[in-house]
Ligand binder design. Structure first.
Ligand SMILES: O=c1nc2n(C[C@H](O)[C@H](O)[C@H](O)CO)c3cc(O)ccc3cc-2c(=O)[nH]1
Ligand SMILES: C[C@H]1O[C@@H](n2cnc3c(N)ncnc32)[C@H](O)[C@@H]1O
Ligand code: MET
Ligand code: SF4
Length: 365
């Protein structure tokens, strides 16, 4: 699809080829590192897709849905631990494939998982933590109501290539992922996306994926961060996984391809972050002091103390951030419900403002 891609996302073959020659020596290290303190809320592991690297999705028959009480529990634990981000993830449109999920939602008075997610985001705002939803492929119409109750949202592009790892009769396609990221731009949602490195794409695909993300950002201005995520080995994905040199090159390409206002994020539980710090990484993403990374449960989060060691290793300061990057807060992108939460005269509002103003110590609380 590469010719079409270039014209649709406003880049030239020459730009792509130049990016292919870009490496760690061509980018500057970032002057600071940030992270968000989060809790993970895996609403359901049922999924209509079957990506071959993913251990998150359930085989049919084992699917279930987190109840409102279970969600409230996790959110409250998060608030108690000083977290500001509730990361809602679930399989892609699970109610489409699993009747048991559909029936459970129906029992609880919801016609879709997205309607239930909306209610859980409202609950998060009530409890005192900001929702960041990672909902999979959606249309503008589906995103619009969710935009009213989220501080930011995200969907990994992963890759613009057609790879075997997106297997099965219903599969993730680059066209759908790009359409979702575009829809988020049209709706005006501060957005996180990224590339998944090592799922069968080649260097040219990586360059094109980054340039496509840049093109969408040029159109809508909504991309706050791009995650460069190495595929992690697990029971379903026996490898290969990218080596350090490949990861360094991919991070440097991301930094070179994207405008400075977009953060380049590398997850510290999946990647040897110290070894890519000089390639332009400026963000460590959401890190949880209390919940597991439910998507990659074999890969434990580093303690917040270790994030400080990483920053020290790079010789840069470490700062906490909200799930929405500061410039979107300043530029008035937040929906009223989230704006009110940040301005509120309560403990949660005070906490959000302290993080925004850079007034929290990493080892605070
Ligand atoms: O938008 C996304 N955010 C993801 N996030 C969230 C992200 O790291 C941050 O929380 C956001 O940057 C919030 O600003 C994850 C967080 C985890 O704890 C574990 C895995 C992910 C994966 C994604 C992801 O695929 N897409
Ligand atoms: C939430 C995001 O998690 C990513 N994801 C799913 N499985 C893996 C894995 N084995 N390694 C790294 N990332 C993974 C997908 O890219 C998805 O979009
Ligand atoms: C484990 S992935 C969770 C989010 C969604 N299913 C996606 O792939 O983007
Ligand atoms: S990565 Fe997301 S879309 Fe793919 S199988 Fe896992 S849960 Fe489903």
């Amino acid at each position: 699809m590469s010719g079409t891609l270039a014209s649709e996302f406003g880049f030239s073959a020459h730009e792509r080829d130049r990016l292919l020659t870009t490496g760690p020596a061509d980018v500057d290290p970032a002057p600071a590192l940030t992270f968000a303190r989060n809790v993970f809320v895996p609403l359901t592991t049922a999924c209509r897709y079957t990506c071959t690297y993913c251990t998150y999705f359930d085989p049919p028959g084992e699917a279930s849905l987190m109840s409102r009480e279970a969600v409230r529990d996790v959110l409250e634990t998060g608030v108690d631990a000083g977290c500001t981000e509730a990361l809602f993830t679930f399989g892609d449109t699970p109610d489409d494939r699993y009747t048991e999920i559909h029936d459970q939602l129906d029992d609880w008075g919801h016609d879709s998982i997205h309607d239930y997610l909306h209610e859980m985001c409202e609950l998060a705002l009530d409890v005192g933590i900001l929702p960041h939803s990672n909902p999979g492929d959606l249309t503008c119409e589906q995103l619009r109501p969710l935009a009213d109750v989220n501080a930011s949202m995200g969907v990994m592009l992963e890759t613009t290539a057609d790879v075997d790892a997106h297997a099965g009769p219903r599969k993730k396609t680059p066209e759908q992922r790009l359409a979702t990221i575009r829809a988020a731009g049209e709706v005006g949602i501060p957005f996180t996306t990224g590339i998944l490195v090592g799922i069968g794409e080649d260097w040219s695909d990586r360059a094109e994926s980054l340039l496509a993300i840049r093109g969408l950002h040029e159109e809508y201005g909504h991309i706050q961060e791009v995650i460069v995520q190495p595929v992690a080995e697990n029971e379903r994905w026996r490898g290969p996984t990218p080596d350090v040199e490949d990861l360094r090159r991919a991070v440097a390409m991301a930094r070179a391809a994207l405008p400075a206002e977009i953060s380049v994020q590398v997850p510290p539980n999946l990647a040897p972050v110290r070894e890519v710090l000089d390639c332009g990484v400026d963000d460590l993403g959401g890190v949880s002091p209390i919940t597991a990374d439910h998507i990659n449960p074999d890969y434990a989060w580093p303690a917040l103390r270790e994030l400080e060691d990483i920053a020290e290793f790079g010789g840069v300061p470490l700062g906490e951030r909200l799930p929405t990057h500061a410039r979107y807060v300043e530029d008035g992108w937040l929906p009223p419900a989230v704006q009110r939460a940040i301005e509120a005269d309560d403990a949660a509002g005070e906490r959000y403002r302290a993080v925004l103003n850079g007034a929290t110590a990493v080892d605070a609380d």
